[in-house]
Write a protein that binds this ligand. Structure first.
Ligand SMILES: NC(=O)c1ccc[n+]([C@@H]2O[C@H](COP(=O)([O-])OP(=O)(O)OC[C@H]3O[C@@H](n4cnc5c(N)ncnc54)[C@H](O)[C@@H]3O)[C@@H](O)[C@H]2O)c1
Length: 386
């Protein structure tokens, strides 16, 4: 009988649903060395968390995370609350000796991210930050091609992360548009994913120069700051985060990069895209076509050169696919969360590091912080040491 890993999930809205689904699917589709048990769901509103626990498949619910992270029967604490509470919950959980899984961005500040990393490393627990796009078969194939030298020396990273959900100036001031609750806007929400992918595929970023813009300066006050609410309020308050951010980057290996993240790109719902160009070829990715990776090889015969579209659905060839469906029977966005949970549970079972971990989250936080400082000063800013 596999060892049980009892999970506490803190938060239950958008990401709560995605993580609950991942913990349900993981043992159904994958042969795991441990058995995740969806023990307790935590939220501050009793009626809300009770209903969510029933719907999402949790054994029980609780309203105080402090009590839950100290419970002897809990092994893993999963944090899907808004950004302001990541640090306090993660630190409390790690100090209580629990493994910790946390949504991105890891923290509000570099100081918080550093403390979370130090506490988790000192406690010797597994720690993992949910940069879930790493856990797509297409991204794993990109990594493999790069490691095999298929695109040679990397010259360029070029990413855009485009959304359009707040183009309407009447869209209310939800928590994501309030710096005190979100830390930053498109930068920490969207570019954070691109930065992690760039770290994973290209390597360390050493310096950045950026520009951040808030196009709509004031919005109707939301009746609840923690969710999407009806528009039409008379009262307005300032938007305190970036609507769109662009920055240039230099990498330690000599590559250069451009990053763009915006919530003001009409027609783009979740356009997380990048291209990497190297001496031997190029790679292109678009999350809205996540079962595919585009690859161009200069080594192809001249008469057959051109981007090829690889369907990353071959069991045995493409990571995690064996557990799902026959080739060509595509998977979706939510599978990246299941793959992340599978990898984390295997890390716990085999006592090996989880990836990406809090140190990866800290590396991203250092870049986010440098972009903000650069946008204020108009200068290039070097990335601080971890
Ligand atoms: N990996 C991804 O692709 C991805 C996508 C969306 C959001 N996120 C991240 O997930 C986190 C949550 O985002 P969301 O979209 O689910 O937000 P959401 O607004 O849908 O849900 C956040 C929930 O956390 C609750 N909460 C806040 N503080 C709490 C506390 N101290 N104790 C208990 N509950 C608390 C709120 O009441 C709310 O229900 C954020 O950090 C966000 O950046 C990641």
């Amino acid at each position: 009988m596999a060892k049980k890993v009892n999970v506490a999930l803190i938060g239950y809205k958008f990401m709560g649903k995605a993580h609950s689904n991942a913990f349900r699917q993981a043992p159904v589709f994958f042969d795991l060395d441990v058995e995740p048990v969806m023990k307790v769901l935590v939220g501050r509103d009793e009626a809300g968390v009770k209903a969510a626990a029933e719907k999402l498949g949790w054994e029980s619910y609780a309203t105080d995370y402090r009590e839950v992270v100290n419970r002897p029967d809990i092994d893993l604490v999963d944090i899907v609350t808004g950004n302001t509470s990541h640090a306090e919950i993660a630190i409390a959980a790690a100090k209580a000796g629990k493994h910790v899984f946390c949504e991105k961005p890891l923290a509000m500040t570099v100081g918080e991210a550093r403390e979370m990393t130090q506490v988790a490393e000192k406690a010797g627990v597994k720690h993992c930050v949910n940069f879930n796009y790493r856990k797509l078969p297409s991204i794993q194939l990109a990594k493999r091609l790069i490691d095999e030298g298929a695109i040679g020396r990397i010259f360029h990273w070029r990413s855009v992360y485009l959304q359009d959900w707040i183009v309407d100036p009447e869209f209310p001031l939800v928590w994501r548009l309030n710096k005190a609750e979100a830390g930053s806007g498109a930068l920490g929400d969207l570019a954070a994913h691109s930065i992690d992918l760039a770290h994973f595929l290209v390597g360390d970023i050493t310096a950045v120069t950026g520009h951040m813009e808030t196009f709509i300066k004031e919005r109707p006050v939301a009746t609840s700051m923690s969710g999407l609410v009806a528009t039409g309020s008379e009262e307005r308050a300032p938007v305190t985060v970036d609507d769109g951010t662009i920055f240039l980057a230099r990498f330690a290996n000599g590559a250069i990069g451009t990053f763009e993240a915006t919530r003001f790109a009409p027609g783009h719902r979740n356009g997380n895209m990048f291209e990497i160009n190297g001496s031997e070829g190029s790679i292109r990715f678009n999350v809205e076509r996540l079962n595919e990776l585009e690859f161009y090889s200069r080594r192809d015969p001249a008469h057959a050169q051109g981007f090829r579209t690889i369907s990353v659905t071959e069991g045995g060839e493409h990571r995690w696919i064996n557990a799902w469906w026959p080739a060509g029977h595509i998977i979706g966005w939510e599978h990246s969360f299941t793959h992340q949970v599978v990898d984390l549970l295997e890390a716990i079972a085999q006592d090996k590091p989880a990836t990406p971990d809090f140190r990866d989250g800290l590396r991203v936080q250092l870049v986010l912080d440098a972009v903000e400082r650069s946008a204020q000063s108009g200068q290039w800013v070097s990335i601080e040491k971890e």
